[in-house]
Design a protein. Structure first.
Length: 132
């Protein structure tokens, strides 16, 4: 993801948050229903604090997978991470994060694992590129 929009980067590529040099708090809710299945909700949110001119830190939670089955069974997976974004210079930005991932079904948590990521953002004139 290589967008310069702050809200897009909070869930897409947090490395580019260091480019925007602003703090943010965001929250979202998506509700969907397929045919005769039950209504499924997906929550997401993030908070980012720009600590100084080249570094900031934050937390985010986002859905990774959601599917409603025709019966009452639902599976939803979420990923939560604490992350650090850093500007190497005016064109290259890095981000690293770690946190839990969990899958839940009606009645309890099914599985839990630790997730980590690294991302790079490159901004040059009107060109923006990002990879996670």
């Amino acid at each position: 993801v290589g967008l310069r929009n702050t809200l897009a980067n909070s869930s897409g590529n947090p490395a580019l948050l260091a480019y925007n040099k602003s703090s943010l708090v965001s929250f979202g809710l998506l509700a969907n229903q397929q045919k005769q299945s039950n209504l499924a909700y997906q929550f997401n949110g993030s908070a980012y604090y720009q600590w100084n001119a080249s570094m900031g830190f934050g937390v985010r939670a986002r859905p990774m997978y959601s599917r409603s089955f025709p019966t009452e069974e639902k599976l939803q997976a979420y990923q939560g991470q604490a992350f650090l974004s850093y500007a190497l210079n005016d064109s290259i930005f890095l981000s690293f994060g770690i946190g839990p991932s969990l899958a839940s079904r009606v009645g309890g948590i099914s599985s839990y694992s630790l997730s980590a990521y690294a991302s790079v953002g490159i901004v040059y004139d009107k060109f923006t590129f990002g990879i996670s």
